[in-house]
Ligand binder design. Structure first.
Ligand code: GLC
Length: 611
């Protein structure tokens, strides 16, 4: 049968396959696509197969002809890997097209999947809507909201042609000292399970085939949020450390998010840099094959983390052999992609990696490509620029503003100082983060680590939002250090953490920066009511400011839409957020999680006031 006809059948099948007789229409079972997958696989050479398993980072591709030469099946842009022309919508879309176009010069013309960390919007791209990080969505506790947020994120990602998001992070952070706490919804596995499932539905839609869907990636499998302090690389911190626990505890706390993601039809899963009882997740056959693929029936593919394979064994070829045989299907090899390709080819030729393992990996990758419409002969693999009309749109920003409103947690409101009046004579604002979109968004924004300052294109700082919300006769004044508040109706101190990502955020001490403590003290010295707003990626030790605060709001990392905060400050929206992490009194209490035998936090899991 002619290729075109076959692919046409594939296209029809992969759409119709979404609806089983007498089953609730939902995600297709990827294995229903196997007839056309196997037919394509049978025509592939070993090199073409290994190419599908190889994922370089665009910034390290020495010459784009490598996409053709190595039959590359996927490309990523890591956190800092922007187009050389800059990070505008057009620059990203042109980059995607430049890379994708090369696949059409290969014999089989299999389009590549392009992956990015769209973890709170299409956050690498200037002008994208930046949503609250997952810790805020966890406090909002709404699966419907999470689905809506990720649906919009998917649309903005597809506007650049890109079809794969390395999200949702379904980690269960159990120790706030971890720099990736904010990427998690909650310390509670059940909440992670519910919101993680909603996120997969949002990204992938009810039909992955839709041009508005992206392939999701549940990460980091498994137990990345359960490592012990001091077990990280070089024996420091938590990130990429060792989760030391019985399998029963791993299943109870850290596995639920993956069970629901698999049942929601997630197309990919990313094994963690971290280890379980001393074995790297990326090297564990027990985890990757026996539990995830055989027991849970995961039919998509595993993508390694960024050079994570390197950490398995000092002998790179040996490390590849171990990881691929353990069940890894695609390797994120940003700059070593040529070496990876040649090494894996040798391993197969030497019989150290069975061809059956290669065929299984490529089958899984092709299933997702068929399901996502990449093989549809009626659809160009290049970007559909008509999708760009809603990129960063006002309606997308309204949803982000709604997410901010619902994410805020009111921890204190002495003498009902909140809500404030829009007709106040003067409001005095203070703090390093009041007029700083970079601090308001946190890590994974424009750059991998994020950065303080006006780094996004579009968005509203809290200070600007205050100016927009108050009456014409109201004065909004600002000093960074909190002086000058005397005579104002109220003071608003906006404090918290500067942006960070991953291991750069591991902290042995979560006390507030001295600058913030001084700011609140200066503001309080004016003898006015003080409202403290905390921008942070986790609960912090706030004993030095809580007494001076008349009101205290945990705002997490709200993203670009600061008006969601003023909606709550002025009572246009009553606060409904509830803590999805226990709030410790002191460092001595950490780790502290709901369900602990000894449990006496400053604010309990689930705590949140309203008006
Ligand atoms: C990073 C992170 C992972 C991310 C990947 C690609 O190191 O661990 O969450 O998806 O690399 O940027």
């Amino acid at each position: 049968m002619k290729r075109q006809t076959l692919l046409k059948i594939a296209a029809v099948l992969s759409v119709s396959a979404g609806v089983f007789p007498n089953a609730v229409p939902g995600p297709i079972r990827l294995s229903t696509l196997d007839p056309q997958v196997k037919s394509l696989l049978a025509r592939m050479t070993l090199e073409e197969k290994i190419g599908q398993m190889t994922q370089p980072d665009q910034e390290y591709i020495k010459d784009l002809s490598d996409v053709e030469k190595y039959f590359i099946g996927s490309v990523l842009s890591g956190g800092g890997s922007d187009p050389k022309e800059g990070n505008s919508l057009q620059a990203w879309t042109d980059l995607y097209d430049r890379v994708q176009q090369r696949t059409q010069n290969t014999r089989l013309k299999i389009p590549l999947l392009y992956g990015v960390d769209a973890v709170h919007g299409h956050n690498n791209v200037a002008g994208a809507v930046v949503f609250p990080h997952n810790i805020g969505l966890g406090a909002a506790r709404s699966a419907a909201l999470v689905e809506k947020v990720e649906r919009i994120t998917a649309a903005e990602v597809r506007a650049t042609g890109i079809q794969w998001a390395f999200a949702p992070c379904v980690t269960v952070p159990r120790d706030e000292r971890w720099g990736r706490t904010y990427e998690g919804f909650s310390e509670n596995p059940q909440l992670v399970q519910e919101l993680g499932k909603a996120a997969v539905r949002g990204f992938q839609g009810s039909d992955l085939f839709s041009p508005l869907s992206v392939v999701a990636c549940a990460k980091h499998y498994v137990g990345d949020g359960g490592t012990v302090w001091g077990s990280g690389p070089q024996g420091a911190g938590l990130d990429q450390g060792d989760a030391r626990m019985e399998e029963a505890e791993l299943r109870r706390i850290h596995l639920p998010g993956y069970i629901s993601a698999v049942n929601a039809g997630v197309g990919s899963i990313m094994p963690s840099f971290s280890s379980w009882n001393g074995v790297k997740c990326s090297a564990s056959r027990r985890l990757l094959t026996e539990i995830l693929k055989q027991e849970l029936g995961f039919e998509g593919f595993l993508i390694s983390d960024y050079n994570a394979i390197d950490q398995i064994n000092p002998d790179y070829k040996k490390a590849i052999e171990i990881s691929i045989n353990a069940g890894m299907d695609m390797a994120m090899v940003p700059n070593r992609y040529r070496q990876f390709f040649e090494a894996l080819k040798q391993l197969v030729e030497e019989g150290r990696v069975p061809m059956a393992r290669i065929d299984d990996a490529v089958t899984r990758i092709l299933r997702v490509k068929f399901a996502a419409g990449l093989m549809d002969p009626n659809r160009s693999p290049l970007a559909d620029r008509s999708l760009q009309k809603t990129f960063g749109s006002a309606e997308h920003r309204l949803v982000a503003r709604e997410a901010v409103r619902q994410s805020l947690v009111l921890l204190k409101n002495r003498n009902k100082v909140l809500p404030l009046k829009k007709t106040a004579v003067r409001l005095h604002v203070a703090g390093k983060s009041a007029d700083d979109l970079g601090n308001q968004c946190g890590g994974w924004t424009i750059d991998w680590q994020g950065k303080s300052g006006a780094i996004t294109a579009g968005g509203t700082t809290l200070l600007a939002a205050l100016g927009k919300a108050v009456s014409r006769s109201t004065q909004v004044t600002y000093t960074k250090d909190g002086t000058g508040g005397a005579g104002a109706d109220a003071g608003i101190a906006v404090i918290g953490e500067p942006p960070y990502a991953e291991f750069n955020g591991d902290r042995a001490d979560l006390a507030l920066p001295k600058e913030d403590v001084d700011t609140v003290r200066n503001l309080k010295a004016a003898g006015i009511p003080v409202v403290v707003i905390l921008f942070s990626g986790r609960p912090m030790i706030i004993d030095k400011v809580l007494d001076q605060a008349d009101a205290f709001i945990a705002a997490w990392l709200p993203g670009t839409e600061g008006e969601g905060i003023t909606d709550v400050l002025f009572g246009d929206y009553r606060p409904t957020g509830r803590l999805s992490f226990s709030w410790p009194r002191s460092m001595a209490q950490i780790p502290i999680n709901v369900g602990d035998k000894k449990y006496d936090p400053l604010f309990r899991y689930g705590y949140g006031m309203s008006y």
